[in-house]
Design a protein around this ligand. Structure first.
Ligand code: UTP
Length: 402
């Protein structure tokens, strides 16, 4: 099929005049973009909920912070051995756009300091370096960026000499992009042809595997994947690594106890007997409020985007598709005069896969409870909950001088 037929077959006739208006390299690039479109994806906006049907939900048991205190020494020994043998790699997810923070540069370049600069990337690398110092070795660090922020991320880290982390242990890889459609399913345009957007944090493993950078560290058996915005998190934390290995599970998830039944976090559970994450909006009133004999919420283990995945299991499940979430967003629209204007209301669908949907693919997951005030300080918003302010407060509480 030639490109005009493809455009017509998919109901994208509004692109024909755009195509006709292009020549040379620009036209070739536009055709290339169109050929790369996953048309199954762009059809999803018609029935976005088809993929979200849940099975039978039951509570999951995990390691409480008391359990961990009791058996921590054994776990730590197992975890430190794994780190020292090069079996653990760290994966920093930094491909997001951080729209809520309203910071145009990569989120990791945000400065939280008051009397001196303290960049988010700097904090994360400091946290990882603590484990390296304890184990007397370096841990490979894979950094996922997107087409939008790759160059800026690399430049920033290089300009800051990777905050003292040896460059030979750092690898960058770029996540895939997905097309953006308007509310009628029409592909939208950007300055550079079709509008695209990072395809969500669920694509990290396929992008990492495709980049081939894992081959540089053949001893890796476990990958600790974490978000860019939690400045207190422990990375490649030996006690967590050890507990997950000892549990025999294919993955582990750091969790915090929900602060109230309606906190807006995903919760670990069993779905048809398999580990899974249920979103706060998928829970019934009864489930959200259910309490066990100990008084704790039965569905109370909130995920904080810090997971340990067994690499062999990831390889085994790599071909399985995870659900694609269709998300309504505000996307700038091309005007007749060639400028772009950001709309007041949501006008577009983006397509994203989420890392929390990978938990189900892994089959078994160990919930590992951490103390919220010690390990969870996400920088999502400018002010209020999970904000620059709250993260600063928590950093102070943990002895970081701002
Ligand atoms: P969030 O869900 O908080 O999204 O990402 P975000 O894009 O950073 O921020 P908002 O929602 O626009 O304000 C959680 C983690 O997943 C990464 C982010 O960088 C963050 O570490 N992520 C998200 C990616 O790496 N790629 C994506 O496509 C989306």
């Amino acid at each position: 099929m030639n490109i005009r037929d493809i455009i017509i077959a998919h109901g994208q006739q509004h692109l024909l005049p755009v195509l006709d208006g292009l020549s040379g390299d620009e036209r070739a690039a536009f055709i290339e973009q169109l050929k790369g479109i996953d048309w199954a994806l762009t059809e999803l906006w018609r029935h976005p909920h088809d993929l979200s049907g849940k099975g039978r939900i039951r509570p999951i048991t995990g390691l409480s912070s008391e359990d961990i205190r009791r058996d921590g020494q054994i776990y730590t020994r197992v975890g430190e051995d794994a780190v020292r043998s090069g079996k653990v790699g760290a994966v920093l997810l930094a491909g997001g756009q951080g729209t809520r923070l309203g910071w145009d540069a990569p989120k990791g370049t945000f400065d939280l300091g008051i009397s001196r600069p303290i960049y988010i990337f700097e904090r994360l690398i400091a946290n990882l370096s603590e484990v390296c110092a304890r184990c007397n070795c370096f841990i490979p660090l894979f950094i996922m960026t997107s087409e939008v922020n790759d160059a800026a991320t690399r430049e920033f880290l290089s300009a800051h000499a990777y905050f003292g982390y040896p460059e030979r242990y750092i690898r960058f890889f770029v996540q895939d992009m997905a097309p953006v459609v308007d509310l009628d399913g029409k592909l939208m345009l950007s300055e550079r042809g079709l509008a695209t957007s990072p395809n969500g944090n669920g694509g990290w493993y396929s992008s990492l595997a495709r980049a081939g950078v894992l081959d540089d560290f053949p001893d890796i058996e476990w990958l600790n994947v974490f978000a860019v915005d939690n400045v207190l998190q422990r990375i490649a934390d030996p006690v967590f690594v050890g507990a997950t290995i000892v549990s025999g599970c294919n993955c582990g998830a750091k969790v915090v106890r929900k602060c109230d039944p309606y906190e807006r976090v995903g919760v670990l559970c069993l779905e048809d007997g398999i580990s899974s994450v249920i979103e706060y909006y998928e829970m019934t009133e009864e489930m959200a409020n259910a309490r066990g004999a100990d008084g704790n919420l039965v569905y109370g283990y909130g995920v904080i985007l810090n997971y340990l995945f067994k690499l062999s299991k990831l390889r085994e499940t790599a071909a399985n598709r995870i659900p694609v979430h269709v998300v309504r967003k505000k996307v700038p629209v091309l005007q007749p005069d060639g400028t772009f204007v950001k709309p007041e209301t949501e006008n577009a669908y983006k397509f994203e896969t989420l890392i929390l949907d990978m938990i189900r693919l892994m089959g078994t997951c160990l919930p590992f409870e951490v103390v919220r005030e010690r390990e969870f300080a996400p920088v999502k918003n400018k002010i209020g909950t999970d904000s620059v302010e709250s993260a600063r407060e928590l950093l102070r509480l943990n002895g970081v001088e701002l």
